[in-house]
Structures are given as C-alpha cells and as structure tokens.
Design a protein around this ligand. Structure first.
Ligand SMILES: C[S@@+](CC[C@H](N)C(=O)[O-])C[C@H]1O[C@@H](n2cnc3c(N)ncnc32)[C@H](O)[C@@H]1O
Length: 217
C-alpha cells in the first residue's frame, strides 16, 4: 500500500482498494481493501492521530452480505429505503437492485460516503448519500436496513431505541447480524440464515453463520 496524504477520500480509495465480489453477493462489485491488514492497521494506528475512523467501508461485513443476499433473493419493492451505517454501500446497492424506489445511504464517515458514490456508479444504481447522523429522525422511510451495526454498545443502544420507534411507526426494519455482542436477544424474528465466508484477519474464523432478522415492534 502506498503512503499518501489522507486529505482526499477519493484518492485514498483509488489507491488502496480494488474491485472485488463479496463471496455471498457476487453480483455486486465493490471497491474493497486490496490488502486487509495494512489498510486496517494504517488507519487504526497512524491515522487515528489525524482523527480518521477505521476503514469499515473497505470491507463487506458478514451482516451486510447476508442482508444484501436476502434483498436480492426476496426483492424490496418499496418506495423509500434507508441503509443506515452503509459502509461500502453494499446493502444500499442491493436494495436498489432489489426494486427499491429511492435509496438513502447514511454513513457519518466521509470515506464511506466517497466509497458509496464509487460503488453505486460501479453497479449502475442511483443512491443518495448523507453523512448526517440520522438516528432520531422521524422521516417515514418504508424500510430501514441495518448491516452489521451491533458491534459497539453505545451505538447499538441508541440505534435500537430509535429503530424500535420507527418500527412501531410502520417501517420494515431488517437487520443482518453474525452474532455481534450487542445484537438484541428479543424483539426480533429470524428470516434467513447464511454461511458467510470471511477472513481470520478481520474476524476470528473463516466462516460466520449470519442471519437476517426483522425487528418486531
Ligand atoms: C461494521 S460497518 C458496517 C458497514 C455495512 N453496513 C456492511 O455491513 O458492510 C459500520 C458502519 O457504520 C458507520 N457508522 C457508525 N456510526 C454511525 C452513525 N451514527 N451513523 C451512520 N453511520 C455510522 C461506520 O462509519 C461504518 O461504516
């Protein structure tokens, strides 16, 4: 990986990623980390000093892959859909391909926002991107999609409180999760389970059993 200035997300993505096909969703092409360990460590150790978040956007997480697979196989013909914590944009792209009308991808990381724009174009779909933290917003999205977001307690707690409110208001809330620590134990209905190939460098095993759930209000 080349040493570069971190000021330009598009330049960083261009130099440090290559188009790849996530194993469970090979019909979607994403610019993902070409070298996992250097990219992860570089941003964690060196770039933290510059206030740059770890490059979650550079990987297709198991929860996102399972949810994307589910959407492609079952369709999502709804007018307005939010992919929260979009990362690479994988789930948002799957939603657009599955028939959703307007898709909004939300991620507070500016590198993710740039990656989503790249990846949407690569897959020929139209996706709106926001860097706003939309937790708490009362927009009437028909569906809210959550790929692998229960990895950190404060975030998971805030998120689930808001999702419960949105689900009660009528939104379909779908979550892909491989058994992360802060995934809710109750109030969810399992819809499908997949074995997702991953890597020991990122996870502690090569395969993660990952399920798709609907939040039940
Ligand atoms: C583990 S990644 C999941 C990415 C993608 N959903 C997937 O499954 O591949 C978590 C993502 O959530 C984003 N994130 C964290 N807090 C957020 C917030 N409050 N609003 C929007 N995105 C957030 C991070 O920047 C990161 O890209």
């Amino acid at each position: 990986m080349r040493a570069i200035e971190m000021t330009d997300p598009q330049e960083f993505i261009r130099l440090n990623t290559a188009p790849q096909l996530p194993p469970l969703v090979p019909e979607i092409r994403l610019y993902l980390a070409s070298e996992i360990v250097p990219l992860w460590h570089k941003t964690e150790e060196e770039l933290a000093q510059e206030g740059v978040a770890p490059p979650y956007w550079a990987f297709a997480w198991a929860g996102g892959q399972a949810l994307a697979r589910y959407l492609l196989d079952h369709g999502l013909k709804l007018p307005s859909v939010l992919d929260f914590g979009s990362g690479s944009g994988l789930v948002a792209i799957a939603a657009a391909k599955a028939g959703a009308g307007h898709v909004l991808a939300a991620d507070i990381d500016p590198f993710a926002a740039a990656a989503i724009v790249f990846n949407a174009a690569e897959n020929g779909v139209s996706i709106e991107v926001t860097q706003d933290d939309v937790i708490g917003r009362e927009d009437s999205w028909d569906a809210i999609l959550i790929g692998d977001m229960c990895y950190e307690r404060p975030l998971a707690e805030r998120l689930l409180t808001w999702l419960t409110v949105r689900a009660k208001a009528g939104a379909l809330v779908l979550m892909g999760d491989p058994g992360r620590t802060y995934f809710p134990k109750t109030g969810v209905e399992k819809l499908a389970t997949y074995n997702v190939l991953t890597t020991r460098e990122l996870e502690d095993r090569e395969m993660r059993e990952t399920s798709v759930y609907r939040l039940t209000p």
